[in-house]
Design a protein around this ligand. Structure first.
Ligand code: PA5
Length: 454
């Protein structure tokens, strides 16, 4: 069973002039087909290694071997940010029990609790380090560059804590995931002889979920890594199909590009109708924003392009956002995530036959209710001229999760070509980083922060 993508509600036939017509789609798909050829060439020249991660058995085995060492540990504390945390968080959200961290060890099948230190909020940092006993916690420090201030600061605490609490054994519970050859963290790992996993050189942070960034935590948590990689590989083949009518990434990239650039629909709202898929929307938000939001095009011209990805949760946000979606500006396209078969079936008891707001629900299921809420919202939006695309998960499992990651990574590569920008860099975040370094007194950056007060 594979993910399906329904583009019907994005096309003008259904949307009284607000969708994309076949005449508009045709030239965009022709450009997408050329971009696909380019992707194939780049892949052949080994310039897009993210596409071949599903076949990297060596790295997979290294992750598994290391994860086995931590069998029975109580906690997994990931320290990373952006592309170094959002993927593992999305996987945990999708595949973990909703109350995983509150379950007893036995109920967790002796897999560790999972925590992500992805901010420098002092209260969160303090709480996590106090809760996790160093002897029973695996600390996974993830940083591709090995220089990110947020992750570097947490790693100082980890090193200090473990040196104090575990003496000569202080390195035992630390695993660093970083670039195989470059960066300060790699150097430090080499000098200190810390355990490491490689974050492939040619794979950027937000494309790295299928590297040890996502695989090592997945093994530690008992998720089906083989199924996730198989799902990604299958989706890659679907998204390499030169018949663009059948290719979900080509259709997705062309439609979303057209909505933004010709229909003023710059808000791309991913609305998950399953709590377990909300983390996917978070992961998508970073991928779409950081990859496509660019000042310069490939020729160096100022273009300031990029759609704004947003996230929402159905049915919850029907009571928060949908009024705006239905009656507000015509500036949005919706990306629904639907789950066909939930892991549980919850029946509604038949009580209070004489209360009309209760009696029609009795005897039905919560599963039917969430499906009805989704169908109703999509239809209501369509009837008011609001386009949407639906990605249907047959169920939320590792295979579908892998498919989803690859679908959006390839859609992002193709969208980058349509916008004529480089989707793999992030020059815009550099200035803020440099000012932070200056404000924190890092040598060489003092001038940057002159005149700014903390
Ligand atoms: O996608 C990206 O490249 C970024 O979001 C990075 O993942 C993020 O800035 C963290 O960088 P690093 O892994 O180098 O610490």
């Amino acid at each position: 069973m594979s993910l399906t993508v329904n583009f019907g509600y994005a096309l003008s036939k259904k949307l009284a002039g607000h969708g994309i017509s076949n005449e508009m789609l045709k030239p965009a798909l022709e450009r997408t087909a050329k971009a696909l050829d380019h992707i194939r060439t780049e892949r052949g020249a080994n310039k897009l290694p993210y596409l071949d991660l599903p076949e990297d058995g060596k790295t997979k085995a290294a992750c598994k071997e290391l994860a086995d060492k931590y069998d029975g540990y109580e906690n997994f504390l990931l320290s990373g940010i952006g592309g170094s945390s959002l993927g593992p968080l999305a996987i945990f959200n999708a595949l973990g029990h909703p109350l995983h961290n509150m379950l007893s060890g036995a109920k967790r099948k002796n897999h560790p609790r999972f925590f992500a230190l992805d901010n420098v909020d002092p209260v969160q940092v303090d709480a996590l380090f106090n809760f996790c006993k160093p002897e029973k916690t695996v600390y996974n420090i993830i940083s591709k560059s090995g220089a990110t201030a947020e992750t570097a600061s947490a790693s100082l605490i980890i090193f200090d804590l473990l040196k104090k609490r575990m003496g000569n054994d202080w390195k035992k519970n630390i695993v660093c995931t970083t670039d195989p050859t470059s960066g300060d963290l790699r150097k430090l790992c080499n000098d200190e002889k810390l355990q490491t996993l490689p974050l492939h050189s040619g794979v950027g942070g937000r494309f790295s979920v299928l590297t040890p960034v996502g695989l090592f935590p997945s093994y530690c948590l008992g998720f089906d890594v083989d199924a996730m990689l198989a799902g990604a590989a299958e989706m890659r083949e679907r998204c390499l199909d030169s018949d663009v009518q059948k290719n979900p990434a080509a259709q997705m990239a062309a439609l979303l590009y057209l909505f933004d650039s010709t229909q003023h629909k710059k808000m791309h709202v991913m609305m998950a109708y399953a709590n377990g898929l909300y983390g996917m929307a978070d992961w998508f938000r970073q991928l779409w924003a950081e990859s496509l939001g660019k000042e310069l095009d490939n020729e160096g011209r100022v273009v300031n392009v990029g759609p704004t990805p947003l996230k929402a949760l159905g049915a919850t946000d029907q009571h928060s956002q949908v009024q705006l979606y239905i009656e507000g500006p015509y500036d949005k396209v919706f990306l629904f995530l639907e789950c066909k078969k939930f892991g549980k079936r919850v029946k509604l008891p038949e009580l209070y036959d004489n209360v009309s707001s209760l009696n029609y629900l009795g005897g039905q299921t919560m599963n039917k209710l969430i499906a009805a809420e989704f169908a109703a919202t999509r239809e209501a939006l369509a009837q008011r001229g609001r386009p949407s695309i639906t990605i249907t998960f047959p169920e939320i499992d590792a295979h579908a999760v892998g498919e989803f990651f690859m679908l959006w990574e390839m859609t992002t590569s193709l969208a980058g070509a349509l916008y004529r920008i480089n989707p793999y860099d992030q020059p815009g975040v550099e200035l803020g980083k440099q000012l932070t370094y200056g404000l924190m007194g890092r040598a060489g950056f003092e001038d940057k922060a002159k005149g700014i007060k903390v």
